[in-house]
Design a protein around this ligand. Sequence first.
Ligand code: 3HC
Length: 302
Amino acid sequence: LSTSPAMAAAIKKVTVIGGGLMGSGIAQVAAQTGHHVTIVEINEEAIKKAKNGIESSLQRVAKKLYKDKPGEGETFVKETLSRLSTSLDLKEAVKNTDLVVEAIVENLDLKHKLFLSIDSVAPEHTIFASNTSSLSIQDIASVTKRKDRFGGLHFFNPVPVMKLLEVIRIPETSDETYEKITAWGKALGKTTITCKDTPGFVVNRLLVPLLAEAVRMLERGDATARDIDTAMKLGAGHPMGPLELADYVGNDTTKFILDGWHQKYPNVELFKPVPLLNKLVEEGKLGLKSGEGFYKYDKGTK
Ligand code: 3HC
């Protein structure tokens, strides 16, 4: 695999579609590492939210990188922001870009619509990638005429902190595309791993069943939420316990992933619905973002 600077330099301009938690994190890290990035959103309010999130995260990064040099930290924030622009015009935003990273909601129809609409507008050389956590890259790519220039780039929350990037190849992904996106991931400062287009790739295939098993354990009354989390933090060295992490990821997200897999693979025990998880989602207890999940949070914790 070539990781030459030339390969990394092949991707200079990036368009991130979707400015939610993941999209803005991806855009931020790309801008931090010298790429010119455009975030595409559907309304001004979403753009404002993305910008605010990026600014406050950048302040945290600056504080860490330039502990004793606040002046340099300020310059870092300013320069990073100067490489970031926003757009409400999807087709316009992909006209002059090397890489499109899609980070919109996990809905196959919407992803199809999106990629269909940009396939004929984006330059020939532009690579398309999806940050999907649970859908098949092959399914998403199926509507485009550039499957050789299509791959999965799966980031982790919080994107500025988590060091991993999963690079997903479908059989049609060309070696050149694979090398370019892998080199780009490294240029972002991430460690990359490669996985086939399998459900959940590596991390979520192992993590989501762990979270589901922890909820089943709580449901059975084997241990309290606190004790399950303490056990995995102190007994397995995880930074967060599984229930804390479920709240962090969002119970709706975990349920959505499980439901999708259960539909596709009804015989896999680990993917079967978890009544307690479904109940929390029904009650709006989505975790950190809603103020309550397995635990209660102060408003504005995140
Ligand atoms: N932006 C910038 N910096 C951030 C940040 C953000 N959004 N969030 C945290 N940080 C920084 C903090 O500033 C802090 O920096 P410091 O070390 O200089 O003080 C550092 O990260 C640690 O943060 P905190 O002190 O606030 O808290 P913790 O030490 O508990 O770390 C954590 C927080 C990094 C989230 C850690 O608990 C962790 O790694 N948790 C597990 C997260 C995980 O598993 N993520 C994957 C979820 S699955 C996923 O994303 C896939 C999807 O498809 C579902």
